[in-house]
Design a binder for this molecule. Sequence first.
Ligand SMILES: [Zn+2]
Length: 581
Amino acid sequence: MLRRRLTSAILLCAILLPTAAFAQSGAIYQAPKETIDKLKEEGMKNSQVMQTLSYLTNVIGARLTASPNMKRANEWTRDTMTKWGMQNAHLESWGPFGRGWELKRFSAQVSAPYAFPIIAYPKAWSPGLSILPAQTAPNPKDKKNKTAQTIQPSTVLTADVIYFDAKTEADFEKYKGQLKGKIVLMSDVREVKADFDGYGARLNDKDLLELANSPDPASIERPAGPPNQSQMQARLERFMNGLKRAKFLIDEGAAIVVDNSFNGSGGTVFVQQASVAADIPANPLDFFTQKRLQPWDKEAESKMVPQVTVATEDYNRLVRMVQAGEKVQMTVDLAVQYHDEDTMAYNTVAEIPGSDPALKDEVVMLGGHMDSWHSGTGATDNGAGVAVAMEAARIILASGLKPRRTIRVALWSGEEQGLFGSSNYVKQHFGEMKGGGNIFGIPQPNQPKPELVKGADYEKLSAYYNLDNGTGKIRGVYMQGNSAVAPIFRKWLAPFGDLGASTLTMQNTGGTDHLSFDRIGLPGFQFIQDEIEYDTRTHHSNQDVFDRIQAEDMKQASTIMAAFVYQTAMMDEKMPRKVMR
Ligand SMILES: [Zn+2]
């Protein structure tokens, strides 16, 4: 395999070159080989990671933020980590978030001109055709307060299916008065291509080389001057068009709004939250700067119709039948319950206390988000990250190591709705950025300059390690533009080259909880992971299930995370921080 070795050699040079400036740092802490071997032995041979993940996904199931399942997951992870010997395991609240949502019953089929079943899922927080009275906090005076409720008699709807083929607002006119009580198909047919390349992929040498060679994000020139107005205008118009459609459908009294899975095929359905028919402000930009109604807000219930997403092959067929002039009917049963008994949401937090009197007040954190979407069981997003972070702590404990700093596992909620669990935690403990403002990622003029307000423990955190890119094994680390960590991470990755992890990139990566730390200048890192089937099949879909998990990858990731966390806890100094720009 000469070609492969040659590429690896080039790869190694590419990684080492930018770090040459730090070659003088002979004092970088590195755990002795016996310690790393111990961690490897426990992590690769005595692994519990698949058992943890199996319970979390197969038994507890989907974990939508603020749902009863999420609470159960919070409690189960707290109790499990306590059983393993971790200390101070507890739930930490943030919020108020809003209401929980629980699906009580669902089925959908075509019932005319002849019957056939379809693959479909309701959107999260969608109202049902029958809505159970919302669960509220028990009134202590009410002795008869019953917790168990029977589901109300089924309200099954059979109705005509209409294809809402409106490209612009002008097209709405021809549907006026036509939609009341109807089941409305609101997206277009989406072409499905044959899958010649396969769903799964790992990062190859070329991908890794590109990552290793990517420049410091701070050195990338950004176009000067005001934000690209025309680009922003186009995005805004697309966005507003979607809002106007949603509002028209609710105003016209559609019974159920149905859309096409935006990705995937073969019965895979990608489905997230319901849309709220918000009032459209005179100045559309106000929509982004003012607090807007979210489907988990109680007041949103009256501004939503029941919403369902259908697998693409089934959806396409429905549209084609209607277009061919068939009178199509569907029969849908959808019962949901909202939960208002506790508007707060929770992160699970547990610790391995530090052993060095001088350093035990400092912490090294690791974690991932535990909340998931509702159609699968949140295995790759992000049961995997939760099971790996818990397992990394278990490996350290089981190896009998005594970290100098306190190691703290945090399993977040509300990530899928906007990194809420981690950002609230960071705000409560470490600090926040105040001011600033952007729309579609573009900083807006006339906003106060963002300013860091430090919290009580800002100086006590060494680093936070996050895992949330699916089931794929760790291939390296995104350094988030922090070049000072390169020589340290380089040393720490060395014993894991044989397990496929050797790449450091200056690149930033986004979309997950390390950003809550990074945003205020604390070292927060997400590992580089193999893609496997994340974007093609599992991420936010009904196929995000335990069977899509790669056991060997999970063991490798847990072992590497354990080694990084342990060594961070053993350094004389805290992890170097990058200069805030
Ligand atoms: Zn996600």
